[in-house]
Design a protein around this ligand. Structure first.
Ligand SMILES: [Zn+2]
Ligand SMILES: [Zn+2]
Length: 73
């Protein structure tokens, strides 16, 4: 089963991985940012990138639905 075309080596060996896509030929990886609806909405940055109580976009952390300061800034 062919994968997507790899932007680096041009072969159709670009398969989906746990974090995005990876070429099985040259090893080129691409991180795919989750689209809307994939995670919970972050009240800090407004993006749907909250997974396991942590926002992957801005780094804010949550617990029990309440936002916790990440100590940044
Ligand atoms: Zn490749
Ligand atoms: Zn956020």
């Amino acid at each position: 089963m062919p994968g997507k075309r790899c932007p680096k080596c041009g072969e159709f060996t670009f398969f989906e991985s746990t974090t995005g896509r990876k070429c099985t030929k040259c090893g080129h990886t691409m991180l795919v940012s989750p689209g809307p609806g994939k995670g919970e909405k972050c009240s800090n940055c407004g993006k749907y990138t909250v997974f396991n109580s942590k926002c992957r976009s801005c780094g804010a952390t949550y617990s029990g639905g309440r936002k916790i300061e990440n100590g940044k800034g």
